[in-house]
Design a protein around this ligand. Structure first.
Ligand code: PLP
Length: 400
């Protein structure tokens, strides 16, 4: 894990440049800001890092998904397919633009299974969102090919995969657009924040205007025109302080990934001693951002027994099958259709008719994978003591 571990003087220096001007807002104040446009610079550098033409900074990874879906024209009556192993934000954004999330199975990449995806496409499918969970790619070429065949755009949720790539091409740059999160536990952080990258200028302009109340950004992309608006929008603007932190963290990203790759390899060597252990399918080991080590035991019972011993010895792994943040059958509010709206929207129509029901048992292929899965987060800084503790716990678990 991540950027917060190495927050330091570089971030403070960037922040101070903003504080010295007193201009915390990304637009306007041309005289006071002394040429400093941190958010704009962060957008340009982040997009360039990813090999994309345009970057649009926003307030969070969730906002990035929402702004991207809005710019892609998604709304009520539409369906968006994503995967059952992701953070709740992915489907919150789909509901928030008025569409209905449809959940696909995962395979041993722990990401969207292309075969199941194809079965779930209907005439209502308007966008497909593969999620590059835990820093490693979905089968993006197969997913893209299926989406292209049906004329459906792909939005990559790359929230957990900053700095990751597949055969030399950055994750997030394969689809029509890709979204990132810079929240406190992501690979790089701006405290809160998000980014969308795309090569599509028209889409980028729509995102730029939508995220700023629909304000006309025509005169100066990244600046405000003020002539009028082409459509209604909202406010998802990133602050200059966040842009400043983003610049410092982006400069550290390759170093973060290199350190994590080294630490992941050290932990993996220990985990390999568990009898019957196998590892997550990673399509490109070199491109892995290495923020997590994911491994399987032969059975659900074995995975739970091993993790019990690991936990008792101070080195418990994450058992995502029971995780209420990231896995479909554990999203109790989704399954129950819980919402603040008195009408029951988005689970009910405005007239009270039930609009969508989610069956917890709908995804058996994923359950068979998740039940056997254990995951270690990989830190940037790994002490010899911690590594020895993990090693000792694994020795104990290996003798079960
Ligand atoms: C963190 C995350 C998000 C949301 O990002 P925030 O910045 O926390 O809003 C979206 N999708 C995935 C897969 C995430 O892990």
């Amino acid at each position: 894990m991540p950027g917060f571990e190495i927050f330091g003087e570089e971030e403070k220096k960037e922040i101070n440049e903003v504080l010295d001007t007193g201009v915390l807002f990304r637009y306007e104040f041309p005289d006071q800001r002394k040429g400093i446009y941190k958010v704009r610079e962060f957008e340009e550098k982040y997009a360039a890092y990813c090999g994309a033409k345009y970057g649009q900074a926003v307030t969070s990874g969730t906002a990035a998904l929402k702004v991207a879906l809005a710019a892609l024209g998604v709304g009520p009556g539409d369906e968006v397919i994503t995967q059952c192993f992701t953070f709740v934000a992915t489907w919150e954004a789909i509901f928030d633009v008025g569409a209905v999330p449809v959940f696909g199975e995962i395979d041993e990449t722990l990401n969207l299974d292309p075969h199941d995806l194809e079965k779930k496409i209907t005439p209502k499918t308007k966008v497909i969102i593969p999620v590059h969970m835990m820093g490693a790619p979905a089968r993006i070429h197969e997913i893209k090919a299926i989406a292209d065949k049906h004329g459906i755009p792909v939005l990559e949720d790359t929230a957990q995969a900053a700095g990751a790539s597949l055969n030399g091409k950055r994750l997030g740059s394969f689809g029509r657009c890709g979204t990132f999160s810079f929240d406190p536990v992501k690979t790089m952080t701006t405290g809160e924040g998000g980014m969308i990258i795309t090569n599509d200028e028209k889409l980028w302009r729509a995102m730029s205007e939508y995220h700023d109340h629909g304000h006309d950004h025509v005169q100066n992309p990244g600046g405000r025109g003020g002539e009028g608006r082409s459509f209604i929008g909202f406010n998802y603007r990133m602050m200059e302080l966040q842009g400043a932190i983003g610049l410092a963290q982006l400069a550290k990203l390759d170093g973060i990934v290199a350190a994590q790759q080294q630490n992941k390899a050290a932990i993996k060597k220990l985990v390999s001693k568990l009898p019957g252990v196998t590892f997550r399918t990673i399509l490109d080991e070199k491109g892995d951002n290495a923020s997590f080590l994911a491994f399987f035991l032969p059975t659900k019972e074995k995975a739970q027994a091993v993790n019990k011993v690991l936990g008792e010895n101070g080195a418990g792994a994450i058992y995502f099958a029971n995780n209420t943040w990231h896995y479909y059958p554990k999203w109790e509010h989704l399954l129950a259709g819980s919402t603040l709206a008195k009408s029951g929207w988005p689970f009910n129509e405005a007239d009270g008719r039930r609009r969508v029901v989610y069956d917890p048992a709908a995804l058996p292929q994923s359950a068979a994978i998740m039940d056997r899965l254990l995951v270690y987060p990989v830190p940037v800084k790994l002490s010899d003591e911690r590594l020895a503790q993990i090693g000792a716990a694994i020795e104990k678990a290996a003798s079960l």
